[in-house]
Each structure stands twice: as structure tokens, then as C-alpha cells.
Design a protein around this ligand. Structure first.
Ligand code: CO
Length: 202
């Protein structure tokens, strides 16, 4: 199948609660491979199955710096815990079994492209999940990987990062998108000139 279409807000499928994966068959493995390919093609750091219209509790992440734009997230900025984890990761039926501390990050989302808002998350998490073969694992991480995993897990509940910000800010963004659609590539280029920090979407 290859690269999949990424749904954008206000698509109603992004508001559904996704179902647990119970059969770890070839179609799940194919979906995982396609999601990784789609995430890389979109230059995202994470992607959840409902973002491609598949309502399964499944997500992929890769928060490592990329060759084309190493500046977006420096290797030196990765935490020791993050560096220990092999990425890309395919995470199925995830559950946070422990969350510690608080951190904030300017989050973006492939399903709300061009918008970035500061969201608060656990700083460090312990996550129980299954791999594509159904084997159970527990990982512990912090840094951008922990933030990204929490962002993707929200998608499985039909929740978006713009639901975490103040009601007025959230309403403003949602109304703007519904009225005018998403910023064009030219708008984004203008914005980039004004912001030093590279933004990431997931
Ligand atoms: Co997202």
C-alpha cells in the first residue's frame, strides 16, 4: 500500500475512540510498515493509526534527528533514556503504567498542520505495550520521545493537542481552520523566517 492519506481536523474519524488490536496478523504488520513510511514522508516524529483512518490502538514514533534536517532536534538534546531505545518504534495497545513529573513543549500535529501550541505532559513515563507480533514490553523514557508517545496516545482516545490548551485559544484555532482551512506552504515559509526553532509534527 505504501504512503497513506493523513486525515486532518475536523475529520470526524479523528474524534473516535480506537479499538484494541487483538489479531496480530499480516494486515497489522502491513499497516505498521505503511504508517512508518507515511510518517517519514510527512516528516513527522509520530503517527497514530486513527490519523490514517484505521481505528486501532496503534502508533509509530521516531523522534531521532533526521539527516535532511538535523537541526530540528539535536542528538545532544536527546536524553540518555531516549538514546537507549531503538527507533522507529511500533507501539500497539499502549498503557501508561507510571507517569512522573511535568514538562511542556510546543507541540504540532500532522492532523492539524501549521499550528503549534504549548502542552503540558508527564516528563517521564513507563509504558506497557505490544509489538507487531503481540509480544508484551515495558519501556521507560523521557524527553521528546515521552512527549510524542503521550501525544499519539491522545489520538487513540479521539483527542487532539488543541484540546489541551485554553478554551478560548482552542476555539480560535478550530474556528479559523473551519473558516479558512490550513495555512498554505507560502504562509508556512513566512512563519519559518520569524521562528528560529524548527517545529515538529506528530
Ligand atoms: Co498528532
Amino acid at each position: 500500500m505504501g504512503i497513506l492519506e493523513i486525515l486532518t481536523f475536523p475529520d470526524p474519524r479523528l474524534r473516535e475512540v480506537s479499538k484494541a488490536v487483538t489479531k496480530f496478523d499480516d494486515s497489522i504488520k502491513q499497516l505498521a510498515a505503511d504508517m512508518v513510511e507515511t510518517m517519514y514522508a510527512a516528516k513527522g516524529i509520530g503517527l497514530a493509526a486513527p490519523q490514517v483512518g484505521q481505528l486501532f490502538r496503534m502508533l509509530v514514533v521516531d523522534t531521532r534527528p533526521r539527516d535532511e534536517s538535523g537541526s530540528r532536534y539535536n542528538y545532544e538534546e536527546m536524553t540518555e533514556l531516549e538514546k537507549k531505545i531503538t527507533q522507529p518504534l511500533v507501539i500497539i495497545n499502549p498503557v501508561i503504567i507510571k507517569g512522573d513529573g511535568k514538562t511542556t513543549f510546543d507541540e504540532g500535529c500532522l492532523s492539524v498542520p501549521g499550528f503549534y501550541e504549548t502542552v503540558e505532559r508527564f516528563e517521564k513515563i513507563q509504558l506497557q505495550y505490544q509489538d507487531v507480533n503481540g509480544n508484551k514490553h515495558v519501556l521507560e523514557t523521557d524527553g521528546l520521545l515521552a512527549i510524542c508517545l503521550q501525544h499519539e496516545m491522545d489520538h487513540l482516545e479521539g483527542k487532539l493537542f488543541i484540546d489541551h490548551i485554553s478554551f478560548m485559544k482552542s476555539k480560535k484555532i478550530k474556528d479559523q481552520i473551519k473558516k479558512f482551512g490550513y495555512p498554505t506552504k507560502d504562509d508556512k515559509d513566512d512563519e519559518k523566517e520569524n521562528t528560529k526553532k524548527e517545529k515538529v509534527e506528530a
